[in-house]
Ligand binder design. Structure first.
Ligand SMILES: NC(=O)c1ccc[n+]([C@@H]2O[C@H](COP(=O)([O-])OP(=O)(O)OC[C@H]3O[C@@H](n4cnc5c(N)ncnc54)[C@H](OP(=O)(O)O)[C@@H]3O)[C@@H](O)[C@H]2O)c1
Length: 324
């Protein structure tokens, strides 16, 4: 079958189209005929070596895929056969014509949703839902959503008001992303590219920021503590796009009466998994999530595009067999 093999750690050129043996489902697994593969920002970090891979290269790359279950392994019920699903791999194998995954990692795709849209929304949208649940918004609070035009941030912006935000401030890089965040529902946008961007926040007399959804980390997380509501402000830290985790210690939080919740690791990911059905059901009400659909063989180009920070929606890869 056609697949994209990660030949080493490095730039997009390490993602090489190859013919490889088709996988067969083991005990507890299902085999998916893949129709759509989302190119995820964290995958670019795995490929470049910023984060460790679950299996060392050479290996078939990829974290998530959507398609139809065409075979089941020992111990998996026949009811899975023919089901359209989106699924997580164990860290490798999704950039391919077919992939084996644990049966319990699959989520059925609603009948009115395409495989491409399900693939585009599954990870970012379910992380956003899990973050909004963890934030426990009160209905009167101001939220700050970093990198709010794309990925997880774009779903936080779309859903925050429904989950109890009174005012939504997004950060973005550049005018196109700012416009997009406003279209998605932000009340205000601040450009996060200048080093001291938090100084641009208009917090007003009683307009402090109650909740920060922090995906940038680093020094800006520390700077934000001074614009957060003393005594009740909450920072939910789930990424470090700046290259380093939030530079915040207990000594910074305690005198201000603030909390920082780390949103990663097994407990948070279990919460993300539980949000998967709910986010797929919401797809018809969300902004169109797909930027472009490219042939699987163009995976390296897809990574270049994600790393360019230009796309507003997900880049989806499609194996050739979907056109036959
Ligand atoms: N904890 C979890 O479970 C979890 C799950 C998924 C993702 N994450 C993390 O959440 C963060 C966002 O992921 P995502 O998939 O939602 O990403 P994404 O929005 O699809 O892409 C990253 C965006 O971040 C912005 N950005 C700001 N500073 C950046 C920098 N130094 N380098 C690259 N991009 C930068 C860019 O937008 P602008 O052009 O507007 O700057 C870019 O569009 C990442 O750190 C990721 O690792 C965590």
């Amino acid at each position: 079958m056609q697949a994209i093999v990660m030949t080493g750690i490095g730039g997009p050129e390490v993602l090489v189209p190859r013919e490889v043996p088709a996988p067969r489902p083991g005990a507890g697994e299902v085999l998916i005929r893949v129709e759509a593969i989302p190119v995820l920002y964290p995958e670019t970090q795995l490929r470049s070596g910023a984060f460790p891979m679950a299996s060392p290269p050479p290996v078939v790359f990829g974290f998530q895929a959507a398609g139809e279950v065409i075979a089941v392994g020992e111990g998996v019920g026949a009811e899975y056969l023919g089901r359209r699903v989106v699924a997580d791999t164990a860290g490798v194998g999704a950039y391919a014509e077919s992939v084996c995954v644990r049966a319990e990692s699959t989520t059925p795709i609603p009948a009115d949703v395409s495989a491409a849209d399900a693939a585009a929304v599954a990870m970012s949208g379910s992380v956003a839902l899990a973050l909004l649940e963890a934030a426990a918004l009160t209905g009167t609070e101001t939220v700050l959503i970093e990198a709010g035009a794309t990925g997880v941030g774009s779903y936080l912006v779309q859903l925050a008001r429904e989950f109890g935000a009174a005012r939504v401030i997004a950060t973005t890089g550049g005018p196109d992303k700012a416009r997009h965040a406003m279209e998605l529902g932000a009340d205000e946008v601040v450009d996060h590219r200048p080093e001291h961007w938090s100084g641009e926040l208009k917090t007003g007399p009683d307009g402090a920021v109650d909740i920060v959804f922090d995906s940038l980390g680093g020094a800006s997380a520390y700077a934000l503590l001074d614009v957060m509501t003393p005594g009740s402000g909450r920072m939910l830290s789930y990424g470090w796009l700046s290259g380093e985790p939030a530079r915040v210690s207990a000594a910074d939080l305690i005198p201000r009466g603030l909390t920082l919740t780390g949103c990663a690791g097994p407990a948070f990911h279990a919460r993300v998994g539980r949000a998967r059905d709910a986010i797929l059901d919401r797809i018809p009400t969300l902004a169109p999530p797909v930027e472009a659909i490219l042939p699987l063989a163009r995976a390296a180009e897809a990574h270049e595009r994600v790393e360019s920070r230009v796309p507003l929606g997900k880049i989806i890869l499609r194996p050739d067999h979907t056109q036959q």
